[in-house]
Write a protein of this length. Sequence first.
Length: 235
Amino acid sequence: MKKIIITIDGYSSCGKSTLAKQLAKRLDYIFIDSGAMYRAITLYFLDNKVDIQDPTTIESALAKIQLEFKNNNHTGQSDIWLNGENVEKAIRTMKISNHVSEVAALEAVRHYAVSQQQAMGEKKGIVMDGRDIGTTVFPKAELKIFMTASIEVRTHRRYDELKPKFPDISLEEVKENLLKRDLIDSTRKISPLRQAKDAITLDNSKLSMPQQLDIAAGWAAEILKGQLATVDKSA
Ligand code: CDP
Ligand code: CDP
């Protein structure tokens, strides 16, 4: 059966990974959270006090990093491993969120991550979410989705997710981090967050998770049938 590449890009915490995961499950495709790779690299850089002003230090640090996605038998999710250690939880802290966009803007880091992401998509049958997946990683992807939601909605979604694990967290702190990352991600020199010209916008501010999945799965079905040009591209 024909397999395609589906890219989901957009602003922080609008629900890209949630949709990518569910869409991959429905299509029996591989799901890759590209942001997890930048978060894991950031964790390594912080733990090893890598000087991000020094290109030589960055290159030698990257040469020591090995990233893998492995299925977690307990959760059924795909976790990221850094040098043989499961770091799925360790990369979701505010400390990492506060540094990741600076690290992700570095040329060597982008080169390192993008080449691995492209290799993962060689056989197609993949749903990858991030910031530059439809523009840089897979510019020829068959289905490109650009997700967005209001900053209020995104803040509440991320706050609700973090509050049980980090009881001291505040709404203001979460909002500030999302806005700061959106700004750095969309203004950096290399592969800034941009909507690809051929990406379909999906504003999910008022959509439930099952609703957004049905819309995206409908688009994928149309592509697989070769009919997307005839469907309404707005949602
Ligand atoms: O918090 P959220 O899930 O929205 O972000 P993420 O997908 O985990 O990505 C964390 C950060 O990694 C982003 O804010 C970007 O700085 C960077 N990133 C990127 O530059 N390119 C990607 N393809 C994915 C993430
Ligand atoms: O990957 P990204 O940062 O764009 O967002 P996410 O991690 O997939 O989603 C952030 C939070 O929003 C998760 O807790 C989702 O369960 C929630 N969400 C939601 O409440 N309603 C949606 N329509 C989509 C996501």
